[in-house]
Design a protein around this ligand. Structure first.
Ligand code: GLU
Length: 498
């Protein structure tokens, strides 16, 4: 019999009496990489789409692998992206704590239930004996299975030995996965796995099933590495006489070349590194949402609210998608372009050089240009550095007088004449309405008559002293009227040297 889902995935949510509950269940074993965040995001979107509950559960039962500070790190990463939880390590639910190490009593109670039913027994073997069994199996070219060594009679469990599950029935399992469809696995996938270790902590295999039951989880969204263990989970659901939640296996996140799963070695970064580099959370969220989920339209830019609205399990793909930094840069640029000047300033503030503050008029005038050029917020540092495109703002770099000559017609007298005329025109502009547009409008007729290169090249050099910079109207506007006139004067002085 196919293990059909308890909930019709096309008809979940408010109209159905079952409230959707999803969970993200990381182990605190280090940084959060984007694969984990994508799982969290999809679980969050599914819950929110259905006015359901999203739980952040910390699976900290493997004390050897735990990395200090991980819980804080996980929380920070999710908060940064706006993936907020209804219950979490800081907020217990009606079911109690969301941290597994604080739920040991619950696992004990269920372990006892299994013992009472004859479905759990203390492992009587020493590690050396187990090793011997393993070797024997290998020599016989057989898979090693604990259940082949199950003792005839069970001792009483005093908690000092691992407690093993006794698989109730060795059979083929069929089950339904909302993304992968009907799946099955043979008897070899079943074994007497450990429920509770000798250190008193439960295994993942046991604890997550109890917690999902206790927390009324309706959908398990997780990576494909858990498919092979699903028959074991199903045998435990059977022993506990409970129905499993809907399994929703997410497609893998692949390397950019699509050859394999993205791993830490391929540069899968800590998600907070993207924050440090100056990516906006909206961009990271948008990109992640589209890895393995297809809205079925050509829309690419999605706010969190739009994602919640559009999200459907049916649109999760089976095939993996790749995480592409170039695409992330594109999304980031889109979101930066949408920032108001105030928001841009607040994002840029941590990357600004000491000489520039967000409250200074020159910064405010530079914002539109910066916003146009920045791919990630940290680019602000390069753009404003002495060699950067806006490096001239801080101070006029040392440049040679020859640079003030228009390359195609190098003539010092012409440059002097044009700069004097430009100075005269700019002097006549009101400071209040000084803008790149008003400067352009005022200079354009003269530049057109006298030759654009002949007039605008010396002006750009006079203002910036550097080859690469925005157009001279923008440069003049950013520098302001007074500084612009001063720099033109300096250029006129320099031209006298020729
Ligand atoms: N603690 C597991 C992990 O970090 C969670 C798997 C699940 O979502 O059930 O991989």
């Amino acid at each position: 019999m196919i293990n059909t889902p308890i909930i019709d995935t096309n008809n979940i949510g408010a109209d159905n009496n079952v409230k959707v509950v999803t969970r993200f269940a990381p182990s605190p074993t280090g940084f959060m990489h984007i694969g984990s965040i994508r799982t969290a995001l999809f679980a969050y979107l599914l819950a929110k789409k259905n006015n359901g509950t999203f739980i952040l559960r910390i699976e900290d039962t493997d004390k050897d692998r735990e990395v200090k500070g991980s819980i804080e790190h996980i929380s920070q990463s999710l908060k940064w992206l706006g993936i907020d939880w209804d219950y979490g390590p800081d907020k217990p639910g009606p079911f109690g704590s969301c941290v597994q190490s604080e739920r040991l009593l619950t696992y004990r109670i269920f372990a006892q239930k299994l013992i009472d039913k004859g479905y759990a027994y203390p492992d009587p073997y020493t590690p050396a004996e187990v090793e011997e069994f393993r070797k024997q199996a290998e020599a016989n070219k057989q898979p090693f299975l604990y259940r082949n060594h199950r003792p005839k009679t069970f001792e009483t469990w005093d908690g000092t030995k691992p407690l093993r599950f006794k698989v109730p029935e060795i059979k083929k399992y069929h089950w339904y996965d909302a993304v992968r469809g009907n799946l099955e696995a043979g008897e070899e996938a079943l074994d007497d796995f450990i429920l509770i270790k000798s250190d008193g902590f439960p295994t993942y295999n046991f604890a997550h099933i109890i917690d999902d039951l206790n927390m009324s989880v309706t959908h398990i969204l997780r990576a494909d590495e858990f498919i092979s263990s699903t028959p074991r989970f199903l045998s435990l659901y059977d022993a506990l006489e409970i129905k499993p939640p809907v399994f929703v296996t997410l497609p893998p996140i692949l390397r950019e070349d699509h050859t394999k799963k993205l791993g830490k070695r391929d540069g899968a970064k800590d998600v907070l590194e993207y924050r440090t580099e100056g990516f906006l959370p909206e961009a990271v969220l948008n990109l992640l949402a589209l890895i393995g989920w297809n809205p079925g339209t050509t829309q690419e830019l999605f706010s969190k609210e739009e994602l919640i609205k559009a999200f459907e399990i049916e649109k999760i793909q089976r095939a993996g998608g790749s995480f592409n930094e170039e695409k992330l840069a594109w999304f980031n640029h889109q979101y930066i372009a949408k920032l108001s000047s105030e928001n841009f300033a607040s994002h840029a503030s941590i990357y600004l050089p000491e000489w520039l503050s967000t409250s200074s008029p020159v910064f405010k005038r530079a914002v539109p240009t910066l916003r146009e050029k920045v791919i990630k917020m940290s680019d602000v540092m390069d753009i404003l550095s002495p060699k950067g495109e806006l490096g001239f703002i801080k101070e006029l770099p040392v440049y040679s007088s020859e640079m003030l000559l228009w390359k195609k017609e190098p003539d010092p007298v012409a440059s002097i004449t044009h700069l004097k005329k430009v100075k005269e025109i700019i002097s006549g502009l009101a400071e209040k309405t000084f803008s790149s547009e008003s400067i352009k409008l005022a200079l354009w007729p003269y530049a057109e008559t006298a030759g654009k290169g002949n007039v605008l090249w010396p002006l750009r050099m006079a203002l910036t002293g550097q080859e690469k910079s925005p157009d001279p109207f923008v440069c003049a506007y950013i520098l302001g009227k007074v500084e612009t006139l001063e720099r033109i004067d300096k250029a006129l002085e320099k031209l006298k040297e020729l």
